[in-house]
Ligand binder design. Structure first.
Ligand code: ADP
Length: 259
């Protein structure tokens, strides 16, 4: 495999010259594939023990060993939350690797968009409430799109949970559907922290979070939006956002209308 780069130069006499460079990237591609396979294998191996840890912790906190001292209950809760966080990370890693390797299978079917959005709003309302946030679906427009319903739910879950997570308590998140020139657009508008302009170009990158301090209070893997964008693109869609610090963010995605 080769990579070809072209360069257009003008010399001191005003003569234009075209330079081209041919690089052999076979090794680079081989290493990238090996790295992806390694991450996929490790993530896969982590999943089984993690499921049994989470299950055991759930049983103990559910009372199978009888009433526990307060301190033990607190520690158990910390362990449970962290194993849940780890499980999310492992699932995201596996999804990302599958997407990059082109191995994720999409079951594309014509679907009515509104019921899928309504379902996602209902499913995320509990999580939003934990943050004191209310999700509000403001439009009743419907459209037919060709998507994998489960993957679209994943996209909506990511956007709705981000909107709730990065909003202050008492805020509302508005979800709407609009139609425009052969596309259906779903917007998720929050009135939260907003995103600093210098972070905008990296929002959809893997493992990037605006707050990367050790003391960051919001959970998450920094993979959600990278996965979301890949999923949408594989379904023929696209995603973008606008945001202002202190005012909030609107993430919107578009899918072609299906006939
Ligand atoms: P995660 O939410 O797991 O950190 P994402 O890929 O979903 O990862 O988001 C990456 C980063 O983009 C977040 O950590 C946050 O800094 C920023 N971000 C995403 N959505 C919002 C939002 N609605 N409001 C403010 N910041 C956001």
């Amino acid at each position: 495999t080769v990579r070809v780069k072209g360069l257009l130069l003008t010399d001191a006499q005003g003569q234009r010259q075209i330079w081209s460079m041919v690089e052999d990237i076979t090794e680079e591609k081989r290493l990238a594939r090996m790295q992806r396979e390694f991450v996929a294998t490790v993530s896969h191996e982590l999943r089984t023990p993690l499921t049994s840890i989470t299950g055991a912790l759930g049983l103990v906190s559910g009372g199978v060993l009888g009433e526990l001292p307060d301190k033990a209950r607190d520690m158990l809760e910390i362990a449970r939350q962290n194993s849940q966080q780890l499980a999310l990370l492992v699932n995201d890693l596996l999804d990302m690797e599958k997407l990059l390797a082109g191995q994720m299978v999409f079951n594309l079917q014509p679907q009515a968009l509104l019921p899928l959005v309504e379902l996602a709003v209902r499913n995320n309302q509990g999580y939003a409430e934990q943050h004191g946030v209310k999700l509000k679906l403001s439009s009743q427009v419907d459209a037919w799109v060709r998507v994998d319903a489960l993957r679209l739910e994943q996209v909506l879950n990511n956007l709705l949970s981000n909107a709730a997570k990065f909003s202050p308590s008492g805020a509302e998140v508005e979800i709407s559907i609009a139609l425009c020139e052969g596309w259906a657009r779903v917007s998720v508008q929050d009135h939260g922290l907003g995103i600093a302009p210098e972070f905008h170009p990296r929002v959809f990158d893997k493992f990037t979070q605006a707050d990367c301090s050790d003391t960051r209070s919001k959970g998450g893997t920094g993979l959600g939006l990278a996965i979301t964008r890949q999923l949408l693109e594989r379904m023929g869609g696209r995603i973008d956002f606008h945001s202002r610090v202190g005012e909030g963010s609107t993430f919107y995605f578009e899918l072609p209308l299906s006939d």
